[in-house]
Design a protein around this ligand. Structure first.
Ligand code: 5GP
Ligand code: ZN
Length: 120
């Protein structure tokens, strides 16, 4: 279930190299190219789903466990004090890459808080 010309299909499946923080049979977690904070990561399923509404059951059931694993690792290695999970669905919501992904954005005491989400 890959889509031609989908950049996140290519990254998730290793055809285009990206800084990988975690990988299993279903997901690859990479660093975001335009980070909102130090360590901003993206969870990418290896299969192509346009958005949350298109996810299959296995992927939707497992994605939060991956987020928790990466969030815990961020607290340990980056010493962040918290993190945001963000997941945009549809252009109106700020989605710019139409391959499902979940943002994990580390937050640091005294640093900027996420009071709004500005896409792009
Ligand atoms: P969206 O707005 O669709 O939720 O988020 C897309 C995210 O993907 C943005 O934060 C953007 O910086 C990131 N991004 C777009 N293209 C690439 C890429 O080729 N590599 C990586 N690592 N991140 C990307
Ligand atoms: Zn894709």
């Amino acid at each position: 279930m890959k889509e031609e010309n989908c950049i996140f299909c290519k990254i998730a499946n290793g055809e285009i190299p990206a800084a990988t923080l975690y990988e299993d049979d279903l997901f690859r977690v990479i660093l975001d190219l335009g980070p909102a904070s130090k360590g901003h990561a993206l969870i990418l399923p290896k299969n192509h789903f346009a958005d949350l509404l298109a996810l299959d059951e296995e992927t939707s059931a497992k994605v939060l466990a991956v987020a928790a694993k990466v969030g815990a690792a961020m607290k340990k290695s980056l010493h962040c004090d918290g993190f945001n999970l963000v997941q945009n669905n549809g252009e109106a919501a700020g989605q710019t890459v139409f391959h499902f992904h979940m943002h994990i954005i580390p937050r640091y005491e005294g640093g900027p808080r996420m009071v709004s989400w500005e896409p792009g």
